[in-house]
Each structure stands twice: as C-alpha cells, then as structure tokens.
Design a protein around this ligand. Structure first.
Ligand SMILES: NC(=O)c1ccc[n+]([C@@H]2O[C@H](COP(=O)([O-])OP(=O)(O)OC[C@H]3O[C@@H](n4cnc5c(N)ncnc54)[C@H](O)[C@@H]3O)[C@@H](O)[C@H]2O)c1
Ligand SMILES: O=c1ccn([C@@H]2O[C@H](COP(=O)(O)OP(=O)(O)O[C@H]3OC[C@@H](O)[C@H](O)[C@H]3O)[C@@H](O)[C@H]2O)c(=O)[nH]1
Length: 346
C-alpha cells in the first residue's frame, strides 16, 4: 500500500492549496461561465466587472458605446485573457455566445438621459429587446438593472415591489422611467412566453468611486463642488429625500440576485433616508466646511421622496447594505481628490 509519509506531519507544515491546473494557463483554456455585461464601462458596470473577474472561472465580456462610460474604468483588465471589451451600441443586434447577461446599458444620470430622450427610450426598448433575443437564442440567464424611478413620484412610502408607481408618461423623465417600465414588461413577457430565466433588480440611488466627476447626479455634484470650493447646488425645495447605497453593497446584491432563484423585481438600495439638504450639510461637514450651500431651481417631475423597503432582498437574497452614508462618502471623496488633484490638508 502506498505510504502517505511524504505528506509529512501536517501540524508542522500546513498543506499548501493545490496549484491551478496548467491547463488554466493554456491558450485553449475554457472558463466555466461566460458573462456579458452591457454598459460595463460605466460606473456600476465597471465595479461589477471587478467583482466578477475575481472568480477565475469567469470570462467577462463588456459591450458599451461609451456614451457615459469610459475605457478608463476598465483599464486594469485590458489584455487580460479572461476579459474582452467591445464597442457596441445595444440598439443594434449582437451575436455572441454567453451563459449570463447583466444588462445595464442605459444612461442613468438625469442630465444624460434627458440629453437625447429618443435615444434613451430606444436603448431601453430596442436595446432590451435585442438583449432578450440574444438570451433566448443562447439560453442565457439575463438580469436587468431597473430603477426606483419606476415608482415615479411615489404615493406609498417606503416603496415595496408590489407598488405600481406614480409616473408621468409624457414628462421629461419618461424616456427613462417609462423606458425602464417597458424594459421590465419585456423581461416578464419573454419569461412567460419563452421561458427565459430572468432577474429584475430595482436599484435605488447608488454612489461611489469612479462616478463621472461631471455626472450631474447629486452625490458626485456635491463632492466635486466641495473639493473645488464651489457652492453646493441644492435644487429646491431641498426637502425631497433619497436613500443612498454604496456601490460595493449594490454589486453584491446584483450578484446574489443573478445566482439566486427569484426573478424579482427586487429592490436593491440602502433604506437610510436623507433630505437633499441633509446630504449637502453632511458633505460640507466631511469634505469642506468652508463651502456655502446654495438653493437653485429644480427640474420638472423630481420625485419628492424615495426609500426602499428591502424586506424581499433580506429574505430572498440574505442581502442588506453594510455601508452607511458616512462610511461611503469618504471613500468617494478620496477617489475624487485623486482624479481632481486636490490634496487633503491636515
Ligand atoms: N447609479 C444609480 O443610482 C442607478 C440607480 C438605478 C438604476 N441604475 C441603473 O444601473 C445601470 C448602470 O447605471 P450607472 O449609474 O452605472 O450609469 P452609467 O451612465 O455610468 O453607465 C451606463 C453605461 O451604459 C452605457 N450605454 C448607454 N447607452 C448605451 C447603448 N445604447 N449601448 C451600449 N452602451 C450604452 C454607457 O456608455 C455607460 O457605460 C443603468 O441601467 C441604470 O439605469 C443606476
Ligand atoms: O446638483 C444637484 C443635483 C441633484 N439634486 C437633487 O438631488 C436629488 C437626486 O438627484 P439625482 O440627479 O442624483 O438622481 P435622481 O434620484 O433624480 O435620479 C436617479 O434615480 C435613480 C437612478 O435610476 C438614476 O441614477 C437617476 O435617475 C433630486 O431631488 C435632485 O433635484 C440637487 O439638489 N443638486
């Protein structure tokens, strides 16, 4: 009988983890899961890429038209054998073989989604149809990043997934909120009619490093303004509320949703609720106590309150956010300081 004495005494020399098979490094190595991320060069998408690339069984393919995203967000993966970046507009069909699709492509900041409203709705409708057609052809599971904006200016508070929303169908935000509502409808119709494996996340305001400096959304605006010593522009009345989720928490929720068995829709967000004025005061206190807070005019149909009920995510995904606003803001400040070249004095 073969002796195992060559293993030695395990209490003296702990056994090393096995080395990956040499095949892993071969030209012909096949990963176990090929994952497509539309909009992967954007803020949330690029963080999702980072997380999925940590698993060496994943091969990640990003398609993006760089409208609001940037190759810079993915530069650490350029040339990696398990990573591929394709310039592609999802309003055009895409032929590719994949196992899973995270469908994020869509401008998300109000100033960008309103900039070309017709293109935004095309991205939500034709783009989502194209991705569903692809999922159907290859039998891939597909996850849509929908939004808390499907609740519109909500009459129920906090919002849970059974609330149908209060949305203006002809307003300036409709290209985005109605667009996402149609995208959700398409997801569920493909599920019922063609048996597609779908997942729908309703994401609430998410912030973190790598947001565009001039993205236009409130957290990035306030941090950039505070670092530049400019007034923080609070759009009136300032009493409107939002609930801010740190990006790593959100990405964790998306991955759990994709891996789990529930189709959703599932709210992913941080239930900590703040008025916009409270957010401005917090940024002022943490980043630059010398800046002033200035009231400016708001835009039409701005939702007056927003807070997720995350009971479903807790129960079905065992997910809840870990970062409180005061933990996340300094991490974003650090990233913005680096990119803006503003050093911290103290
Ligand atoms: N960040 C949030 O607070 C938030 C909240 C709710 C929902 N979401 C959703 O999450 C997703 C990602 O949002 P984000 O904050 O990372 O925004 P983002 O603007 O940084 O990312 C969107 C990405 O999609 C790409 N894109 C846009 N139109 C495209 C098209 N036609 N074809 C290919 N690529 C296209 C952009 O270039 C960009 O890289 C969006 O679907 C958004 O609606 C985000
Ligand atoms: O400089 C600013 C920017 C924004 N705001 C206010 O801050 C609040 C949040 O505005 P943002 O532009 O960050 O984002 P919104 O909550 O309106 O929409 C977001 O909702 C969820 C996602 O789908 C999208 O990321 C985005 O549409 C609004 O009440 C807005 O009026 C300011 O007071 N000052």
């Amino acid at each position: 009988m073969a002796s195992n004495s060559s293993d030695g005494d395990s209490s003296k020399s702990p056994k090393q983890p096995p080395l990956p098979s040499p095949l892993r490094f071969s030209k012909f190595y096949q990963s176990n899961m090929r994952i497509l991320i539309t909009g992967g060069a954007g803020f949330i998408g690029s963080h999702l890429v980072d997380r999925l690339m940590e698993n060496e069984k994943n091969e990640v393919i990003v398609v993006d038209n760089y409208f609001t995203g940037s190759k810079d967000n993915l530069k650490k993966w350029t040339g990696h054998p398990r990573f591929e970046l394709i310039r592609h507009d999802i309003t055009e069909p895409l032929i590719i073989e994949v196992d899973q699709i995270y469908h994020l492509a869509c401008p998300a900041s109000p100033i960008f989604y309103k900039y070309n409203a017709v293109k935004t709705i095309k991205t939500n409708v034709i783009g989502t149809l194209n991705m569903l057609g692809l999922a159907k052809r290859v039998g891939a599971r597909i996850l849509l990043t929908s939004t808390s904006e499907v609740y519109g200016d909500p009459l129920e508070h906090p919002q849970n997934e059974s609330y149908w929303g209060n949305v203006n169908p002809i307003g300036v935000r409709s290209c985005y909120d109605e667009g996402k509502r149609v995208a959700e409808t398409l997801m569920f119709d493909y599920h019922r009619q063609h048996g597609l494996e779908i997942r729908v996340a309703r994401i609430f305001n998410t912030y973190g490093p790598r947001m565009n400096i001039d993205d236009g959304r409130v957290v990035s605006n306030f941090i950039a303004q505070a670092l530049r010593g400019e007034p923080l522009t609070v759009q009136s009345p300032g009493t409107q509320t939002r609930s801010f989720c740190y990006v790593s928490d959100l990405v964790d929720g998306l991955i759990r949703l994709m891996a789990g068995s529930d189709t959703g829709p599932i709210n992913l967000g941080n239930p900590g609720e703040f008025t916009v004025l409270e957010l401005a005061e917090t940024v002022k206190e943490l980043v630059n106590p010398d800046v002033e807070i200035k009231m400016v005019e708001n835009t039409p149909d701005d939702p007056r309150q927003r807070k997720p009920d995350i009971t479903k995510a807790k129960e079905l995904l065992q997910w809840e956010p870990k970062f409180q606003l005061r933990d996340g803001l300094p991490l974003m400040e650090e990233d913005f300081r680096l990119r803006l070249g503003v050093v911290k004095n103290n």
